[in-house]
Design a binder for this molecule. Structure first.
Ligand code: MLT
Length: 263
């Protein structure tokens, strides 16, 4: 592990291979990508990190924005001297990846968007963030995480891969409340990037979970249709957290895309 500006950054694979940066969702950490890194690390230089406030990264004062998360990501690209990395972001990680491509499109070799949105929170969404912060303040981060986590996984995962669910939950309940609340505020204040989708020039792969309760598959297909050069895949037997729920499918789709489009 390397610390870059308070962020825990992990490198796997040889630096001479093409880089991929994986950006996890909320409230998770870099281990969300463990299966993909294991699968890809012989051919790709895989960089994962914990978004500020989560996992092993510093929480600091919890005053984050998606903009500051994007600054963090660009700093990792600079520090590691990555040449045209592919960004692969899931949900909150997708918000960061999309904004980074909007800010510095020429620096990236491709974009993978998983179970994410280009739109900003509507009023109901913002109120849900506020409720979340209140719950953390009054009942603690454990109660908040335990309440929202079942929505992130499909029923099949909870029944047949209970150990994956339990492991993810057990990590998340220990996150720093300041960090978790900071992420909620950052997501509530993010930009609307819907119209930017049409301006994406890099090759893109858009992946949904066919049983996702948070981002419906149809919404992900619409994102893909707006991007000029985009492929779309629906992950069977998976909810919101496809890399953990159906890792074999994600590994196949991701490596196929990288091998064909990012040589
Ligand atoms: C995530 O998985 O990152 C969250 O569902 C994103 C969000 O709450 O908007």
């Amino acid at each position: 592990m390397k610390i870059i500006n308070g962020l825990a950054v992990f490198e796997d694979g040889h630096k001479s291979n093409k880089p991929v940066i994986f950006i996890h969702g909320f409230p998770f950490d870099h281990t969300m990508w463990q299966n993909q890194v294991e699968f890809l690390k012989n051919n790709r230089y895989c960089v994962t990190y914990d978004v500020r406030g989560l996992g092993q990264s510093d929480a600091g004062d919890g005053q984050y924005t998606i903009e500051s998360f994007t600054d963090d990501l660009l700093q990792i690209v600079d520090e590691l001297k990555l040449n045209k990395p592919v960004l692969c972001g899931l949900s909150m990680g997708g918000y960061i990846a999309l904004r980074a491509v909007q800010r510095e499109q020429k620096r990236f070799g491709g974009l993978v968007l998983m179970s994410t949105k280009a739109s900003q929170d509507d009023n109901d969404g913002k109120l849900k963030r506020a409720e979340g912060i209140k719950k953390i303040n009054t009942q603690g981060v454990e109660k908040y995480v335990a309440g929202m986590m079942p929505n992130c996984f499909c029923d099949l995962t909870m029944q047949e891969m209970k150990e994956v669910y339990d492991e993810t939950l057990n990590k998340a309940v220990k996150y720093n409340p300041t960090g978790v609340k900071g992420c909620l505020l950052a997501m509530a204040g993010r930009l609307d990037l819907e119209s930017f989708l049409m301006e994406i020039e890099v090759p893109a792969l858009v992946i949904c979970g066919s049983l996702d309760k948070i981002v419906l598959p149809g919404a992900m297909r619409e994102i893909s249709e707006k991007i000029k050069d985009s492929e779309f895949a629906a992950t069977p037997r998976a909810g919101h957290i496809t890399p953990l729920e159906n890792p074999e499918f994600i590994n196949d789709i991701l490596s196929g895309f990288l091998n064909r489009r990012v040589k």
